[in-house]
Unconditional design. Structure first.
Length: 277
């Protein structure tokens, strides 16, 4: 198997989120990692103050150079997309690479807890919805899933029927595989999934840990993509990613400062223990 993954996400100057969290995990899983930063960010956004530099022109130049050098990938994993212009660049790259059998994993980063992130406008929903149509796997949280599907975002628990309606609405956006993380359904928390290769729906419950680290979604996406590319089906890969993220949070939940995220390089043994499913 060609074990080369292209990560398209932002790069923080400080903090273990986005590329800073994903690269060490996938390297640990023995992948050769290419990074295409969509923005340079001074620190995790949870600090409340940050500097950001978008890198659209650099992305175009880097893609051109890589094409001249004949670089190839087995998968592309996308995260934070800064603008419509960037989304168009990423979409063109994904379309071209999919002609060579490259799989596309998409984390449509735009919001959480029922609202869009600060600085994220309504136009983001439109261009991320377009990009989701090109993906083989999308991994929104519940808020992002509702925005993509054009459905109301509930602040309380949703029923299993409502969860299935949300999943089916998302299948009109992304015709392939879908994972919805952090869903509160009928009193419990779960990851909901649809695996297009097996035409099956599934639900994986988990115990909510009342600690919020930035970057856990990036960690989940990295492990999930790595597991799928190793030949595991989506449900098994999602379970592995959930177990790894849970172990990482539990091991660090007593830290006095969660804002920088989980120090993943210090905890890679926890990923290794869970990743061999």
């Amino acid at each position: 198997m060609d074990k080369k993954i292209l990560l398209i996400n932002d790069m923080p100057g400080y903090g273990k989120v986005a590329l800073a969290a994903m690269v060490p995990i996938l390297t640990h899983m023995k992948y050769e990692v290419f990074s295409l930063p969509t923005a340079l960010v001074s620190n995790t956004l949870d600090y409340g103050k940050f500097a950001i530099l978008e890198t659209t022109d650099y992305m175009k130049q880097a893609i051109g150079v890589w094409q001249q050098l004949g670089f190839s990938f087995s998968a592309i994993v996308t995260g934070f997309i800064f603008s419509r212009a960037q989304a168009d660049v990423v979409a063109a790259l994904c379309k071209e690479q999919k002609q060579h059998g490259v799989q596309v994993f998409m984390d449509p980063i735009m919001g959480d807890e029922g609202r869009l992130y600060n600085g994220v406008g309504e136009e983001t929903i439109t261009y991320l919805r377009d990009l989701a149509g090109l993906a083989d796997y999308i991994m929104p949280n519940y808020t992002e899933a509702a925005f993509l599907a054009g459905m109301p975002c509930r602040h309380d628990s949703i029923s299993e029927d409502e969860a299935r309606q949300l999943m089916d609405a998302l299948r009109q956006v992304c015709p392939k595989s879908i994972l919805i993380t952090s869903v509160h359904t009928e009193g419990s928390y779960a990851v909901l999934g649809y695996d297009h290769s097996r035409n099956t729906y599934f639900q994986l419950p988990y115990t909510h840990i009342p600690v919020r680290f930035p970057g856990t979604g990036d960690i989940f996406s990295a492990i999930l993509a790595g597991q799928v590319l190793q030949g595991h089906d989506l449900e098994a890969a999602a379970f592995s990613a959930m177990q790894s993220v849970g172990s990482l949070i539990t091991a660090n939940q007593d830290t006095t400062n969660v804002i920088p995220g989980i120090p993943v390089e210090q905890c890679l043994n926890l990923v290794q223990e869970i990743s061999n499913i």
